[in-house]
Design a protein around this ligand. Structure first.
Ligand code: SAM
Length: 235
């Protein structure tokens, strides 16, 4: 780690080698728990600088899609996606990953969204870019049943003390609030991950579905970035 002690890493007093000029920053830079910026890529870079104890060398995006999270990034990222048409680095299933154990420093996960049922623009967006998916009634219209098998694989291929960064949104479906972020935290805990932090990412306005003009649920105006560590301690 060449002259940089563990405490400095943890406090982000210096840029990780290869990022920035390697000189100590002036003071500690806190990370706020609410993010109002537009781009996930910008926030993700902040997370990757803030949380790791060691400079992350190899990153896996386990649901890479078109790679929007890595636009403009110099990071070494392996992109995995089950859909070949997105042209990932490797086409494959994140519940049976084609990697050896303990190879990645960071894994990023952004599971499919349940598309809004109305004819709104976000639904078109989800369909057009393959971001959304369908979950049948027997799975309670949720993707929570896919979390355990992904998480078991993420645990296997992540190095000890490695980070798992997940973007996840709750939603209302079938007249019920779907607690996706709680489902994910519970599933991750069951595998052994330490849930370490939660960033709320706020969008400009709430998603309004024209089909549900008088829904008696608050309109979702945020999602979460959850931070897990393959460790028994957060910091
Ligand atoms: C919400 S999108 C990810 C969007 C991406 N983060 C971005 O900003 O461009 C979810 C992606 O997960 C992929 N996916 C769904 N199930 C998967 C699986 N079992 N293994 C790997 N990829 C999967 C989908 O094909 C889709 O591209």
């Amino acid at each position: 780690m060449g002259g940089v002690n563990k405490a400095q890493w943890r406090l982000s007093l210096v840029d990780p080698p290869g990022v920035g000029n390697g000189k100590p920053r002036h003071g500690y830079e806190p990370l706020a728990s609410v993010w109002h910026g537009e781009e996930d890529a910008e926030l993700l870079e902040k997370l990757i600088r803030f949380y790791p104890r060691k400079r992350p060398r190899l990153i896996l995006d386990a649901t890479v899609n078109g790679g929007r999270f890595w636009r403009g990034s110099q990071r070494r990222v392996v992109g995995l996606d089950i859909e070949r048409r997105h042209e990932p680095t490797i086409a494959g299933d994140n519940s049976a990953m084609p990697f050896r154990q303990n190879v990645f420093d960071v894994i990023v996960y952004d599971p499919p969204h349940i598309p809004n049922q109305g004819r709104d623009k976000s639904k078109d967006f989800n369909v057009r870019f393959g971001l959304g998916g369908r979950s049948p009634k027997e799975c309670d219209y949720s993707f929570a049943h896919t979390y355990p098998s992904f998480l078991a694989e993420a645990w296997r291929v992540l190095k000890p003390e490695g980070l798992l960064l997940c973007k996840i949104a709750d939603y209302v479906h079938n007249h019920r609030y779907q607690w996706a972020h709680i489902d994910l935290i519970q599933a991750a805990r069951a595998i052994g991950f330490c849930p370490c932090d939660c960033i709320v990412k706020v969008r400009k306005g709430p998603i309004v579905d024209p089909k549900w003009k008088h829904a008696h649920h608050s309109r979702r105006q945020h999602c979460y970035w959850l931070v897990f560590r393959k460790s028994d301690r957060c910091e």
